[in-house]
Structures are given as C-alpha cells and as structure tokens.
Design a protein around this ligand. Structure first.
Ligand SMILES: Cc1ncc(COP(=O)(O)O)c(C=O)c1O
Length: 392
C-alpha cells in the first residue's frame, strides 16, 4: 500500500450538508421520537415504490421479523430462504419459532433459484423469503407463481435493493411485504433503519401496532397538542419504530436517490466495460427486464483463466490499498446453524461454488472514474501475473 490516504475502502456513506442540516433541525425541534419526520419519509417512500403502505422502522431486521409475526408465522412452520444472505434473514425466522429451510441460488444473479424453492416445499412451509442479492432482482414472477400454487406468503428481503426494478416498476409491492435497509453501507442510510412496504391494509395495521409495543396510538398522537394521553395495549409488541432523528437523515438521503443510483450505475458500467476484455474475471449481469440497484458489484474469479484464488486476490488488492468484501459466507457454513440444523458446506452446490470465487469490489457514490480504473488496473495486473498454463 502506498499510504493510508490512498486506501479505497469497499464502502463509504455519502452525507451532504442537506442531511446534516436536516438532522440538526430535528435536534433543535424538540422532537426526536417517532413522529412527523418519519411519517413524511414513509409517505415519499410509499409514493416512490408504488406500495400502498410504507412503515419506517429501526432496522430491516425488525421489518423482516414483524412481517413474519404479522403473518402469524411461528413454531411448527417452515420459511424458505437463500443460503447466500446475511445472518439477519435467517435469524428472524428462528426468532419467530419457525424453522428456516435453505434453497440454493442461481449463479447469474446470486438470488434464490425458483426450482430449488419448489423442491424445498413441505406441508409445513408457510412463506418464502427471497433476498435481492446486491440489488439484483430475484425472479419474482416465478416465485410469486409458486407462492400462489402452494398458498405461501412472500416476504422480500430488499435490504440491498432500494433502486431495484422489475419491468420498470420499483420493488416494494410485488410480494406480501418488502423490507428495505438504511444501514450505513446501504444505497440510502438513516444511520440505522428500515422500511416495510405492503399493499395489504390489515398487514400494515398489524405491523404498525407491533412496531410500537402494541399500543393503540403512538407518542406523537399522545404528547402533542392535538393528542390524547390515553392508549391501550392491544398486543405484546416491540420497540421497532424509526425515530424522527433517524428519519431526518434517511429522508434527506432519500431525496438524493436518483442521483445516487445514476452514479452507481455509471461506476458499475465502467467496471463491466473493463472486465469485458478480462477472461479471468466474471462480471455481474443485469437480467433483461430488470434494473439492478448496484448496491454491490460482485465479481467471481474465473479459475479456468487464472491460477490466483479469491482469498489471494483479496490479499493482493489490500496490499495495493483496495478494500473488498465477500457477500456472503453461506449461512450453512456458520457454526451456529450447522450445530442447530445439521447443515454443512456442500449442502447447496451453487452457493458453495459461488462463495469460493466471489468478492465485492468498492462501489459507492463518492468514488470517481479514476478509482474504478485504479481497481480494474490492479485486478488486471494481478491476474495477468497469474496465468493458467505455461507462460507464453
Ligand atoms: C441481506 C440482508 N438482509 C437483512 C439485513 C439486515 O439489515 P439491517 O442492518 O437494517 O437490520 C442485511 C444487513 O446488512 C442484509 O445484508
């Protein structure tokens, strides 16, 4: 590495004065709890996704948990999800008392393979949780058709997928519920937060209730001049609502989404142009009829065209001041799930094979064309120094 200043991390948030001003204004307003800013964020988010309801939450994990609980999923039920995801997708299923069931992925998008879902269905299956990996759209037509045939709910983990579209329409209203994340690494951040969208009125009511301790009216309704102090607890709910402090940041960030997405796309396309002439690297694709949110730019090392493996490539990129990440160590490789469910590496061959060679390159809006070129140059130099076959 040349110097610390030159280090390119794999991810950085993009916070402008507009967001800082919005947060400061909220701090000065005297109201930080869930209230008018969260509601304004919800209204704009619902309009953007086209979903009837948007509910601002403390995290995507909270949203996935609520969506499962609000559908009545619990002990004795099974929920099918992907092995190529973050622990949260699976943990929330476990928290309801239900059993997670993993179904393998497709190699072209790293998302759950509809044929593998079909094969994993049992009489106990209640829901499918597809994950739009890195912002790449899942095959929702096929997944929704399977769900209809077997009377299953579809809860989309869209933690990576703000900006993902199918047929020119934002995701958010395809499944029964869709959950987005505003964790600091995501395309839009609220510091920490999430948004649940749905077209189902009853589900939305239930999620709102459960997100605020099961109380009949929230603090904004009770403590402001227009409110009444009394409330009733109608369910054993959770403390999952987004505060106005978080919403101030998230809403101001959200206003910049079109510019963010345009920049992400430009950078992703620049990477892909570079890798088109580099057989050692398999670039990500955007399936026809879908829009990739480019939350992650995931490449695979083509072991037929270079002798360097993924781990060594990561080390050598780091030596050149380039940070990377891997999304994800498959769920069935982790000790907890192996011990609890008897899962093991090798259970899901496509996810296992993808994991061996995949890595996520830096992709964030503060990057320049020069940064992409520097990373592509470094990868080209490293793989060229490690050719397959005898040196020519
Ligand atoms: C695929 C996936 N699902 C869910 C989550 C949980 O999101 P949050 O941190 O907002 O709870 C993450 C977090 O990164 C994720 O990557």
């Amino acid at each position: 590495m040349t110097s610390n200043e030159d280090f390119l991390p794999y991810n950085l948030p993009d916070i402008s004065d507009a967001e800082i001003d919005a947060v400061v204004e909220t701090l000065r307003s005297g109201w930080l709890a869930p209230g008018p800013r969260a509601r304004a964020f919800e209204a704009d988010f619902a309009a953007y996704t086209g979903a009837k309801h948007a509910i601002a939450l403390d995290s995507a994990t909270a949203g996935l948990h609520l969506a499962l609980i609000a559908h009545g999923i619990g002990a004795g039920d099974e929920v099918i999800t992907t092995p190529t995801t973050f622990a949260a997708s699976v943990n929330v299923i476990i928290h309801t008392g239900a059993t997670p069931v993993l179904a393998d992925i497709s190699l072209d998008d790293y998302c759950i393979d509809p044929a593998a879902i079909e094969a994993a269905i049992t009489p106990r299956t209640k829901a499918i949780m597809p994950v739009h990996h890195g912002g790449s759209a899942c095959r929702m037509d096929e997944i929704l058709a399977i769900a209809r045939r077997h009377n299953l709910r579809v809860i989309e983990d869209a933690a990576h997928a703000l900006g993902t579209e199918i047929g020119g329409r934002s995701i958010g209203g395809f499944g029964d519920a869709t959950v987005f994340s505003f964790y600091p690494t995501k395309n839009v951040t609220s510091g920490r937060g999430g948004m649940l969208t749905t077209n189902d009125d009853a589900l939305a009511d239930r999620c709102r209730l459960l997100a605020l301790h099961g109380m009949s009216n929230d603090a904004w309704d009770r403590y402001t001049e227009r409110g009444a102090w009394a409330y009733q607890v109608l369910a054993a709910g959770y403390n999952y609502a987004m505060s106005d402090f978080q919403a101030a940041l998230g809403h101001a960030q959200f206003a910049r989404l079109p510019a963010f997405q345009a920049q992400r796309r430009r950078l992703a396309e620049r990477y892909s142009e570079r890798f088109a002439s580099l057989p050692a690297i398999i670039a990500p694709t955007e399936r026809q009829g879908t829009t990739h949110a480019w939350h992650l730019y995931v490449i695979r090392v083509n072991t037929a065209a270079t002798t360097i493996n993924r781990d060594e490539l990561i080390v050598q990129l780091k030596q050149r001041g380039i940070g990377t990440s891997v999304h994800f160590i498959p769920i069935h490789h982790h000790p907890y799930y192996r011990e609890t469910f008897g899962w093991a590496p090798g259970d899901h061959p496509v996810a296992d094979a993808a994991f061996e060679t995949m890595l996520s390159l830096p992709l964030y809006t503060r990057m320049s064309d020069h940064d992409v070129d520097r990373i592509a140059d470094a990868i080209e130099a490293i793989v060229s120094a490690n050719p397959t076959g005898p040196p020519s």
